[in-house]
Design a protein around this ligand. Sequence first.
Ligand SMILES: [Zn+2]
Ligand SMILES: [Zn+2]
Length: 228
Amino acid sequence: MKIIDWLSQLNQQLLPQSCFLCGDTSIQPICVSCLADLPHQVIRCSCCAKPWSTIALCDECQSQPPPYTHTQTIFSYTYPVSQLIIAVKFQQNLVILKFLGELMGQRLITQPRPQVLIPVPLHLARLRQRGYNQSLELAKGITKHTGIPVAVQACQRIRNTPPQTTLSGKQRQTNVKGAFEIIKIASNWQHIALIDDVMTTGSTVAELARIFRKAGVRRVDIWCCARR
Ligand SMILES: [Zn+2]
Ligand SMILES: [Zn+2]
């Protein structure tokens, strides 16, 4: 058993079962009523999932089509989803991370099925610092419900770029340029899904999608937990 799974199991056994958000007794990490209240009912652009007036393409996707086909998010990145993301990214809350991954799996099962899931890779230095890649853990939850395999070694992050959250939209684009490299892809991959925790401007996933398209993958979709 991997250490992250073991820690998460241990966490679940040791901690009293209470809702992370409201503190009420709950058999799952987020209780049924808090879960029902999480923000996700927004109309979005069918390509980049930016909040938009219709499900048609937004102006930006029409004038400059991204290298990916469709983005599916399960939540809007507003409170309290932002709290959940902070917990999984910076507070080592593996119980919430696992729970979000499984929620993604349950909700994404109806989507057009990719052959493989590719988690957005972390640079080795950041992976060492955090101890896990949150996108990989989310992907494992999706696999559990959909059976779609995760390709962990398909690509890597070769530049340790400053966190996107510290940058403006334009800076984000140049920040991730050349940040990734493909290691190994199967010749029969026609359709893949990139897995990310939060999508903001989409620069990171667009750069990753671009190199997979260049390597011959026909369709790249983005599946993220939360979209700004
Ligand atoms: Zn609750
Ligand atoms: Zn769009």
